[in-house]
Design a protein around this ligand. Structure first.
Ligand SMILES: [Zn+2]
Length: 437
């Protein structure tokens, strides 16, 4: 049956006594540390950029753990590492757990890593308790989740969902001019075989991702776990402004075509638009800007910058992006500079299925773990995977909501609690699938 239309009735699987096996805090910490030794950055934090040897090394380490746990592990054409272990029933679709191991430059050691290390811990808990699942179990480590290097996030999961073309892999470039396709090939992947990374939705019953919240909602509300109902979409625009580079002393104000002044007006407009009540819920950011020639005595001749527009509402997200572009054209025309706009990435918000969230909520209640439902402002592989198969997301608090910085931190007790909930969700889901799947 199609699980997206399964009855929303997780009560059918309650009643069984809770296994007393707990996550092992020392093992969790040791494994987090082992992953984060890879790409440990002297400048602070961790740098394991997408499609670099550091990312591959972290995948290799996790793959080794999975093989030790009896998983068959393969790496697909774009670098997703996929471990699979058979269940006791044949011919059923798998329960998949996972996240990512790549980071932003000088990022934290918890974003993504908690989900991978947590998934491996769930498997170890099953084995410690001697609990065999009926469904096959998959642990998936998606490649290139962070958009930091190529502007495009969730590359591995988008390949799995069939949302990428080879043409796009050849078009996207990092700051050094390396194309995504070449970066993949340089670490042994096969971008020309992109299509082979597509998932057959019939083989996966559901995907579960444990992740740090990357915001302060749980911390300020005092809840241990957040269950995600909707994951923000994001539209990323590249704006390139071409003015005229001239002497800063010799050029009168009225004759200037200053690309930087135009950019400044546009950027303040971006902030103003997201603060406007008509766009409440929209977040719009300019986090990157390049100025040429970037010289104190030269009027900037060219400025390019990226705008990131996020929202949990598809229409509002696209309307905001459209309005930003319209205003930018108007500003540039008035200032006599040229504007070129490129859409770097455009992902719709994802509403996650209620039945899976109910099942996760039931697990929290059974364990006496306080939880709340919330939206995720950050994008995740789970949002992409949910276009293919039902996906659920469990968030745990992170200190001060900080993420993508070296100070990113989640406490051991919060990680342990998140893993414990994930473990119980897997058991419940397995029982649910045995009945309905
Ligand atoms: Zn992440």
């Amino acid at each position: 049956m199609d699980l997206r239309s399964a009855p929303s009735n997780p009560d059918i699987v309650i009643g069984e006594p809770l296994p007393i096996v707990k996550p092992d805090p020392q093992r969790l910490v040791a494994n987090l540390r082992a992953i984060n030794e890879i790409g440990s950055d002297p400048a602070g934090g961790v740098t394991r950029l997408a499609f670099t040897p550091q990312e591959r090394q972290s995948h290799d380490l996790a793959a080794e753990w999975l093989r030790d746990l009896g998983f068959e592990v393969r790496v697909d054409a774009v670098g997703n590492t996929i471990g699979r272990r058979q269940g006791s029933r044949t011919g059923t679709h798998a329960i998949a757990l996972g996240s990512h191991l790549d980071t932003v430059p000088c990022g934290g050691g918890f974003d993504g890593t908690v989900g991978v290390v947590g998934a491996v811990e769930v498997v170890r808990m099953l084995d410690t308790a001697g609990l065999g699942l009926e469904s096959p179990l998959m642990v998936v480590i998606f490649a290139g989740e962070e958009g930091a290097r190529f502007g495009e996030p969730c590359i591995g999961s988008k390949a799995a969902a069939g949302m990428l073309t080879e043409q796009k892999l050849r078009r996207l470039q990092d700051d050094g001019g390396v194309t995504l396709a070449d970066a993949m090939a340089s670490v042994g992947m096969e971008p020309h075989r992109l299509q082979t990374a597509r998932w057959d939705p019939a083989t996966v019953a559901a995907f579960l991702e444990l992740h740090i919240e990357q915001a302060r909602v749980l911390e300020s509300g005092g809840q241990a776990v957040g269950l995600v109902d909707v994951i923000s979409g994001s539209t990323r625009l590249k704006l390139d402004i071409l003015g005229r580079a001239e002497h800063s002393g010799g050029t009168p104000m009225e004759l200037r075509r200053d690309a930087m002044a135009a950019a400044a007006e546009i950027i303040l407009g971006v902030e103003g638009l997201a603060n406007d009540h008509r766009h409440r819920g929209t977040r719009a950011t300019v986090g990157r800007l390049e100025v040429r020639p970037n010289n104190i005595t030269t009027i900037p001749g060219r400025v390019n910058f990226a705008v990131d527009v996020r929202d949990v509402d598809t229409d509002r997200q696209r309307a905001a992006a459209r309005e930003i572009v319209e205003r930018a054209y108007w500003i540039c025309e008035r200032r006599g500079v040229e504007l070129r706009v490129e859409v770097m990435a455009d992902t719709s918000p994802a509403v996650l299925p209620v039945w899976l969230r109910d099942l996760m909520g039931k697990s929290c209640s059974d364990l006496g773990v306080g939880f709340r439902t919330l939206a995720s402002g950050a994008g995740h592989d789970a949002a992409i995977v949910s276009r293919l198969v039902p996906a659920g997301m469990l968030l745990i608090p992170c200190q001060d909501g900080l993420s993508h910085v070296p100070e990113e931190w989640a406490s051991v007790s919060d990680i342990v609690r998140g893993v414990e909930v994930l473990f119980h969700v897997v058991l419940k889901l397995d029982a649910f699938l045995a009945r309905w799947g």
